[in-house]
Design a protein around this ligand. Structure first.
Ligand code: HEC
Length: 111
């Protein structure tokens, strides 16, 4: 009789571990970046060297982005064409979508 109970318990354990396997296979997709996170990381990589993480650094005579009041359109133009010591950024940002993410990010640096 004891043997039958052990077999029954093993059977239950087997069922439980099958359940866990199914659950873990659903967890494999990586969490995707939100637009805000994308903008922040693009800024850190491509802009912070001159402008600083908070936009205030002013390297190579860069404007303080926390004091900037340009419209999205004006910012976009500077990013596409560059301005004085700031080189054009469109090739580095690769596409319009990334440019918009960065524009939204630098506006969060404003006071
Ligand atoms: C090589 C250094 C450098 C890098 C890299 C750089 N900038 Fe600039 N940025 C400047 C300089 C210098 C100016 C000031 C241009 C001027 O008006 O003479 C400027 C100006 C600006 C302005 C205009 C601010 C205003 O109110 O006039 C914006 C917006 C801006 N940068 C955004 C960015 C963004 C976004 C990135 C990254 C995609 C970036 N910059 C990367 C140097 C840089």
């Amino acid at each position: 009789m004891v043997l039958r109970r052990v077999i029954f318990l093993l059977f239950l354990l087997g069922l439980a571990s099958c359940g866990n396997d199914n659950a873990s296979s659903n967890n494999e997709t990586l969490p995707s970046e939100t637009p805000a996170e994308k903008g922040a990381s693009l800024y850190t990589v491509n802009c912070a060297t001159c402008h600083g993480e908070d936009g205030k650094m002013g390297g190579s005579g860069a404007k303080d982005l926390s004091q900037s009041h340009l419209s999205d359109k004006q910012i976009k133009k500077i990013l596409q064409k560059g301005k004085n010591a700031m080189p054009p950024m469109s090739a580095i940002l690769e596409n319009e979508e990334n440019m918009d993410f960065v524009i939204q990010h630098i506006k969060t640096l404003r006071k």
